[in-house]
Design a binder for this molecule. Structure first.
Ligand SMILES: NC(=O)c1ccc[n+]([C@@H]2O[C@H](COP(=O)([O-])OP(=O)(O)OC[C@H]3O[C@@H](n4cnc5c(N)ncnc54)[C@H](O)[C@@H]3O)[C@@H](O)[C@H]2O)c1
Length: 238
């Protein structure tokens, strides 16, 4: 989550300043919003582990409107954010990122400033048993979301176009495996080793292509494993 915030800081948005605090997860950062107006975030996969924590932190700022778009697969838990139900700045919409028509309708109905794309099939072992869902959601779903975002941005006036960002949350698994030592950098060649990693690598390439070809303002993060509150424990106990 820290690298996501860092990215938002480093991209000319100047959206937040963040202070490291000695407190324990889930609040390692204190958000200090310096927006002059509320920003609207379209967040995919916000009923999942990282997306849910991200929304909780974002809502604490009191400076963000959030649309949480989630299919509620086995990994989604609508209870985590149920207490936000009556908050006028929060809206949950159940849906599939492969449904471009629905995405387009939502993009047309709200003035969205940022897309933060967490939704994915995200567990390596499952991708070995049933890779189909991984290709569908991670590759096709990301493509549909990019198309909907492109259409939306193209229809906007210059100022909103300039400030729009599409943040794609990916994984370091796209770089392959490390031995006992070593590290990945952003220059490490892609070498995915599982259907999960390959599907995320594919989505990274699509996101990059939408920047290079269409100028869609995108950012990609490739973080390592996360753990903490609301994680789907079964994935760590198999
Ligand atoms: N958890 C980690 O350690 C880790 C590490 C690196 C990268 N990531 C990436 O971070 C993102 C979030 O990971 P997570 O651990 O929170 O995942 P998660 O499995 O906990 O949550 C994924 C969420 O996406 C939703 N979803 C799945 N398919 C969907 C679809 N077709 N349309 C709409 N929503 C859909 C699920 O219902 C769920 O709420 C993923 O993109 C993952 O690849 C996770």
């Amino acid at each position: 989550m820290d690298c996501i915030i860092q990215y938002l800081e480093n991209t000319g948005l100047n959206a937040y300043t963040s202070d490291k605090t000695p407190s324990a997860f889930p609040a390692p950062f204190v958000f200090k919003p310096i927006f002059t107006e509320m920003k609207t975030y379209f967040i995919t996969g916000g009923a999942g582990f990282i997306g849910g924590n991200f929304i909780l932190n974002l809502m604490k700022t009191g400076q963000a409107k959030v649309i949480n778009f989630d299919k509620l697969t086995y990994a989604g838990n609508s209870d985590t954010l149920a207490f936000l139900k009556s908050d006028p700045d929060y809206k949950f919409i159940q849906g599939d990122i492969c449904d471009r028509k629905k995405l387009t309708r939502i993009f047309e109905s709200y003035e969205i400033d940022f897309v933060v794309h967490f939704a994915a099939e995200s567990h390596v072992d499952r991708s070995i048993d049933t890779p189909d869902d991984f290709i569908q959601t991670n590759v096709v779903g990301t493509f549909e979301l990019l198309e909907a975002a492109k259409l939306y941005v193209e229809s906007k006036v210059l100022n909103r176009k300039k400030n729009f960002r599409f943040l794609h949350v990916s994984t370091d698994e796209v770089y392959g495996s490390l031995g006992e030592t070593g590290l990945f950098t952003e220059e490490t060649p892609y070498a995915p080793n599982s259907p999960y990693a390959a599907s995320k690598a594919s989505s990274d390439h699509l996101v990059r292509a939408y920047f290079k070809t269409f100028g869609l303002p995108v950012l990609t993060t490739n973080c390592s494993n996360n753990y903490g509150p609301y994680s789907f424990l079964k994935n760590y106990c198999l």
